[in-house]
Ligand binder design. Structure first.
Ligand code: GAR
Length: 198
């Protein structure tokens, strides 16, 4: 059997804050022989993030750098940066990473940070996206993968996926529907970005 040449793949660091279902989808994709990425590290800003266990089970290096363990936001970011510089990834994927990165951080990795957000940006940046779509009476909702820039949940869109909002939908049912399509979208978007730029 031909072995997969892992060196030919782009190296990806995934940053998380929580459950890690998008991380799990990316890990599964990276197990496919033709996927152009390999995950070389996972960084969490919470040591209780469920995604850390998912990464560890897959044999991926993890580190938890908690904001509370640093005197300031910039000291926290500097620690993350030191870790990233050691790994030197080709791409950074924010997958439920719930902190805003500073302009310095973003500029250092310009064009190399992707984020997935649970709305059809530019609609509903920030939190509570599902309830906001319901409150607005929207007929459609969805998720977006975009390059990260200095603004919150902004930056050039790579890909979007849409779900219909049905009359009986609640915040929970809508969140479940969107999460399901997020996984495929993120996997496809990473492939698209790496195929185009490597
Ligand atoms: C996902 O719904 C993702 O779109 C959202 O956090 C969730 C993480 O779930 N991200 C944001 O809201 C970023 N603004 P996961 O930990 O199961 O992947």
């Amino acid at each position: 059997m031909t072995e997969i040449d892992m060196n030919a793949r782009a190296s990806v660091v995934v940053m998380i804050s929580g459950r890690g279902s998008n991380l799990a989808a990316l890990i599964a994709a990276c197990c496919q022989p033709d996927y152009p990425a390999t995950i070389v590290g996972v960084i969490s800003d919470r040591e209780d993030a469920g995604g850390l266990k998912i990464a560890e089970a897959a044999g991926i290096d993890t580190v938890a750098l908690q904001r509370g363990d640093f005197v300031s936001r910039s000291a926290h970011e500097a620690a993350i940066l030191r870790h990233l510089i050691k790994i030197d990834p080709d791409l950074i994927c924010l997958a439920g990473y719930m902190r805003i990165l500073s302009a310095d951080f973003v500029n250092r990795y310009q064009g190399k940070i992707l984020n997935i957000h649970p709305s059809l940006l530019p609609k509903y940046p920030g939190l509570n996206t599902h309830q906001r779509a319901l409150d607005a009476g929207d007929k459609e909702h969805g998720c977006t993968v975009h390059f990260v820039d200095e603004a919150l949940d902004a930056g050039p869109v790579v890909a979007q996926s849409v779900v219909r909002i049905e009359p009986g939908d609640s915040e929970k049912s809508l969140a479940d529907k969107v999460l399901k399509i997020e996984h495929a979208l993120y996997v496809d978007a990473v492939r698209k970005v790496l195929t185009k730029f490597t």
